[in-house]
Design a binder for this molecule. Structure first.
Ligand code: SF4
Length: 336
């Protein structure tokens, strides 16, 4: 059993976990909200260390990261568990396993083996994804340190709830993140995910302040977060953090406990993209709608099509030395 990082002993064998912004107070023998950190006799333990539940080589575009080594692949890894309980989770079978089935399963896999697999599959990076990487921090941290020694990049695909303290610890080895910004309503965050909007906003700012490349994803759900005013609030917030941050507005399909909503109309995504661009964002992408044209990267100065995509595939990449070949504007990102 791996002793957890980021916790305080409070007396009476009680502990406070400071890994994510829930800051769970956990009595002896009990688990935190994520159900994968347990207080054992006054010591907080990670129950998922080395318990690999998923490993695949994915295009980096699938994360989605469009401005981070485009066209490369990322070895994508996960353990069971999550600190959110989103009603529309796409990976609920593994993220909610500890809560829904009271089970933590996974194949015992050493951090070194993950790095070896990354090299074997010729991946540029390791993506900690599918479930929430924050809750398997100790495992991700060990893998990321070893990977960095081999010049492999590390990326989080995250709900944006890690504490500043934990983020600062992994920062030297963490090169990029795609962060969900699910809504701009505190009420929706509470209802859908059991989380606080203000904490997510502060977390996004902390990634940016620490110099980690970030892209933001908003899954646009009909009658939940699809009003022009809410989309504008999200776009303006991202603009205030940095106009260079790509915003992915993705199409919702009925999932898990949110089966009664219809898929997002393509026109709504188009509206969201227009709002993002009007708000001053340089790059806005429509996700889950292959072939609609909203996945391409355009130069934000002269509008030349720079990277043409179909789904996760790059059809054409015209960027030269991270610049637009037509007007010489620098294109934001890493390895682009
Ligand atoms: S990581 Fe888990 S135990 Fe720790 S504060 Fe977050 S939900 Fe609670």
């Amino acid at each position: 059993m791996k002793e957890a990082m980021f916790y305080e002993k409070l007396g009476d064998s009680k502990v406070k976990c400071n890994l994510c912004r829930h800051h769970c107070m956990i009595n002896e023998g009990k688990n935190g909200i994520c159900r994968v950190r347990q207080n054992r006799g006054g010591t907080l333990c990670s129950l998922v260390y080395r318990k690999l539940i998923s490993e695949n080589s994915d295009p980096i575009e699938k994360k989605p990261l469009f401005h981070f080594y485009p066209g490369s692949t990322a070895l994508s890894v996960a353990t069971a568990g999550c600190n959110f309980r989103c009603m529309n989770c796409q990976n609920y079978d593994i993220s909610q396993l500890p809560k829904d089935q009271d089970q933590i399963v996974g194949k015992d896999t050493a951090p070194e083996k993950i790095v070896e697999d990354t090299i074997h599959h010729h991946c540029k990076s390791i993506a900690y994804t599918y479930t929430e990487p924050t809750i398997f921090f100790e495992y991700a941290y060990e893998i990321a340190k070893i990977a960095s020694q081999k010049s492999i990049k590390n990326v989080f695909v995250t709900n944006g709830y890690i504490t500043r303290e934990a983020l600062a610890t992994i920062k030297p080895y963490l090169h990029a993140a795609n962060i969900d910004l699910k809504s701009f309503s505190g009420e929706t965050y509470k209802k859908i995910c059991g989380a606080r909007l203000e904490e997510v906003l502060d977390c996004i700012r902390s990634y940016k302040e620490m110099g980690i490349w970030i892209e933001i994803t908003t899954l646009v759900i009909p009658e939940m977060n699809d009003s022009a005013s809410e989309l504008r609030q999200i776009a303006e917030f991202i603009r205030s953090v940095g106009p260079e941050i790509p915003w992915h507005v993705s199409r919702f399909y009925p999932q898990y406990r949110l089966m009664e909503k219809p898929p997002t109309p393509v026109e709504t995504l188009r509206m969201a993209r227009d709002i993002g661009l009007e708000s001053g964002l340089r790059y806005v992408y429509e996700g889950n709608v292959p072939g609609e044209g909203g996945e391409n990267t355009y130069c934000y100065t002269c509008k030349t099509a720079l990277i043409k995509r179909y789904g996760y595939q790059i059809i054409e990449n015209n960027v030269v030395n991270a610049r637009c070949p037509s007007c010489d504007t620098a294109i934001d990102g890493a390895g682009i």
